[in-house]
Design a protein around this ligand. Structure first.
Ligand SMILES: C[S@@+](CC[C@H](N)C(=O)[O-])C[C@H]1O[C@@H](n2cnc3c(N)ncnc32)[C@H](O)[C@@H]1O
Length: 395
């Protein structure tokens, strides 16, 4: 089914652009023009909307085309539109709904706008995008810079082929290649700007090799418990220096295989050791994004998951790479009782981070710097007072 003409979509495109401008996501006229002119619906002919079905299961409901006013409203709403599901986890639950882990999406427009603004492109800049997905972001870059200066890679060749079709339907032919973007662009060209729309645990060496002094990198760094967008400038020694940006947002992780995520390797959980009272609750961890980011600095290699026990009680669980864990209940928070197994030091770190964050006046995430040294080592620091956390490479 072909996409509706741009004229029909124009009022929706304008309304979205106005909304992104009002919210401050679009900050400059050039990106306002790009969002106003590039039709998102051409890039998202099919998407999955999350819903709870009649049996209480959360599913991805398939939608096709932008043929009705309701479809256009959905496509031009400031929302992420999931466009692909991992076939290894996707299970069809009825004619048009699946469960499963998303492997591609058209990013939340306000997040895209914020990142594009943070990228600070100038006329003549050559830009590499990691994570082509639908091709919509590449089209926005083409609008701003010209298609000859836009390069984009995606690990999934099927997505690249579809993006190529969407881009040609919009009259654009940037340089697209199916490739693992953690290795940069396959020809080894250098770029003035690199933007990643999938997360990486650390800035890959290839991105630095394909940078020049002054190149700006914008990427989501996934640190385990939490992560965030960083904006870094590469210097003549290959050091890249910057901070977590005011634009908050998270991306799906870069993967090594085209269509599926490798199953996570986890150590066996230690047996429960004890419980003890704590001033830090699951609500504190859930509510305060900058605190979770700080936890990630304190507990490299740890992750945070939901845990449901046999009685159906849900808790937030931090698990360390050595099998240690600590669990705070989501309800009954006022009790502040934490159960743990293995090293009790895991929760001691959570309490130390909570004290530090409160004593420092609850700094927001953009008060934290991030640097990748030329040798690949990385650290974060609290910009006002220089308190520093080494970020070891994740295994
Ligand atoms: C959020 S989507 C990108 C959205 C896209 N920029 C757009 O405008 O539609 C993330 C993309 O990263 C891709 N991806 C995941 N791992 C990758 C890797 N190692 N190299 C390149 N792309 C990867 C996924 O296939 C997915 O399409």
């Amino acid at each position: 089914m072909s996409a509706p003409p741009i004229d029909q979509a124009r009022p929706y495109m304008t309304a979205l652009t106005d909304e992104l401008t009002r919210s401050g996501a679009i900050r400059t006229p050039a990106w306002g023009q790009a969002f106003g002119d590039v039709p998102r619906h051409v890039f998202v002919p099919r998407w999955f909307q999350q819903e709870t079905n009649g049996k209480g299961i959360t599913v991805w409901r398939e939608h096709h085309g932008a043929n009705t006013a309701d479809d256009l409203v959905a496509v031009y709403r400031d929302q992420t539109l999931v466009t692909a599901l991992d076939p290894d986890t996707a299970e069809q639950v009825d004619d048009t709904a699946w469960t499963g882990i998303p492997t591609s999406s058209s990013t939340l427009p306000s997040l895209m706008a914020g990142m594009l603004e943070d990228l600070n492109v100038r006329d003549g800049h050559r830009v590499l995008e990691i994570g082509t997905g639908t091709g919509y972001n590449a089209a926005l870059l083409c609008h701003r810079l010209g298609e000859h200066l836009v390069y984009s890679v995606d690990i999934d060749p099927a997505l690249v082929a579809a993006a190529q079709d969407h881009l040609s339907a919009a009259g654009l032919t940037p340089q697209l290649v199916p490739a693992d973007g953690t290795q940069g662009y396959p020809t080894g060209d250098t770029f003035d700007r690199i933007i990643a729309t999938c997360s990486v645990p650390a800035i890959p060496a290839a991105w630095i090799e394909q940078s020049k002094p002054g190149t700006i990198l914008v990427s989501d760094i996934a640190l385990g418990i939490e992560g965030g967008l960083v904006r870094l400038e590469v210097d003549e020694t290959g050091r890249s220096f910057g901070n977590f940006t005011a634009t908050a947002g998270r991306f799906m992780a870069a993967r090594a295989e085209a269509r599926t995520y490798a199953a996570p390797q986890r150590r066996e959980r230690a047996a429960e050791t004890d419980t003890h009272p704590s001033a830090v609750t699951a609500t504190h961890m859930r509510t305060h994004y900058p605190f979770r980011l700080l936890l990630a600095f304190h507990l490299p290699g740890a992750e945070i998951v939901y845990h449901v026990d046999d009685s159906g009680t849900t808790a937030l669980q931090i698990q360390g790479p050595d099998g240690s864990w600590a669990r705070a209940p989501l309800v009954g928070d006022d009790m502040g009782m934490v159960a743990y197994g293995g090293d009790p030091g895991l929760w001691t770190q959570v309490e130390a981070a909570w004290r530090w964050w409160n004593d420092a006046g609850r700094p927001s995430h953009d008060r934290f710097g991030y640097v990748r040294e030329a040798d690949g080592s990385a650290h974060a620091w609290h910009i006002p007072d220089g308190t520093r956390w080494n970020i070891p490479a994740r295994v």
